[in-house]
Ligand binder design. Structure first.
Ligand code: NAD
Length: 328
């Protein structure tokens, strides 16, 4: 792989902080920058996750002594250091749908020229990201969208499973997520509530934390989600695997226990060239956390992104058109 890749993580919530811990275990990649609403921390020699772990959930990475800087536009400040950043992982909330696409557009226009990976979930958000293809290609950015767990790992599994068949009838994703406390993953839980009947992305963005807590209380901390507007559909359609109406995503989120309420599965049903109907099932180990299943693939796609970038392949790719590589 050559030089150690210098990674910036935008967002220091549940996913961002766990990404710092995962990067501790990697030798090919190093965390050099992380930011949140309060500011950023930057150290070209690497930021050990222990420095971030020492902060409470409310404390900003801007308060890390020696390397933290308080500011109102952390993304803008990190962009000034773009020549010292090779890869960016977006762990920002995406409320509204246009937010992350607007951040990416800004980064391209302000001169970032490396690899970017997101863990976007909504169909509409991925559609907006795909539209940035020409801008990102022109600015020599290699971008992989939908590169978390679902979409991400499970979408890639569907694209792989499809190879046994000549016709795909359905893809069904059913996920189980257990988190001890919703506070650790505020954006994820807000975005999940947006899928419930009577809610929308706009509505949850305007709700206070107390209102979110009341909604969770009404449901004993359990969110059951069906027929979600999830980007696995558009990603598999763009990859030519199956039309989006044949992809169904749902699951159960327990916001009061780290134990998964149900196992996560991806079931792809198709017809073989001999005319046999069959179903491939991919099941995640129950012990694996959401953070492991989102951030692991995100780094795998990041490594693949570096390889594409080194070959001069730029623009927007998806988790179903790129095989993630495994970073050491
Ligand atoms: P979170 O709410 O815990 O943290 C968000 C972080 O972003 C916070 O540190 C906040 O300060 C920071 N932030 C917000 N606006 C900012 C700004 N303008 N500038 C700088 N920093 C800013 O979020 P989370 O629960 O870790 O989720 C992050 C994203 O990951 C969500 O969009 C979620 O949908 C996505 N996600 C994807 C998957 C998947 O499988 N694809 C799974 C889980 C989460």
């Amino acid at each position: 792989m050559g030089e150690v890749k210098r990674i910036a993580v935008l967002g220091a919530g549940g996913l961002g902080r766990n990404m710092a811990k995962l990067l501790d275990k990697k030798t090919e990649m190093r965390l050099v920058a992380i930011c949140d609403k309060g500011g950023y921390a930057f150290d070209p020699n690497g930021i050990p996750s222990a420095k971030i772990d020492a902060l409470s959930a409310e404390e900003s990475v801007a308060t890390i002594s020696g390397i933290g800087v308080r500011c109102g536009d952390a993304i803008g400040e990190l962009l000034k250091r773009r020549d010292q950043i090779d890869g960016v992982f977006l762990a920002l909330p995406n409320l509204p749908n246009e937010f992350l696409p607007s951040v990416v557009e800004r980064m391209a226009k302000e001169g970032f020229r490396g690899v970017m990976v997101d863990a976007l979930k909504r169909t509409r958000a991925v559609e907006l990201m795909v539209k940035l293809n020409d801008l990102l290609a022109a600015n020599k950015i290699t971008y992989i969208t939908g590169a978390g767990a679902t979409p991400g790992l499970l979408t890639a599994a569907a694209a792989l499973a499809a190879q046994s068949f000549v016709e795909i009838e359905s893809v069904e994703i059913w996920f189980g997520v257990g988190i001890a406390n919703w506070d650790a993953y505020k954006a994820t839980i807000r975005e999940d509530i947006a899928h419930l009947e009577g809610f929308s992305v706009e509505k949850v963005a305007a709700m206070s934390d107390e209102e979110i807590e009341n909604e969770l209380e009404k449901r004993n901390g359990i969110l059951e989600l069906v027929n979600m507007e999830h980007a696995d559909d558009v990603i598999l359609e763009l990859a030519g695997v199956v039309s989006r109406d044949k992809v169904k995503v749902g699951g159960v989120v327990d916001t009061r226990s780290p134990k998964k309420p149900v196992s996560t599965t991806m079931k792809l049903t198709g017809i073989t060239f001999e005319g046999k109907r069959s179903t491939h099932v991919f099941t995640l180990g129950d012990e694996t956390s959401m953070a492991a299943n989102v951030n692991g693939p995100a780094l795998g796609y990041m490594k693949a992104g570096f390889w594409y970038h080194s070959k001069g392949l730029h623009g927007v790719f998806t988790s179903a058109t790129v095989m993630p590589l495994w970073p050491h």
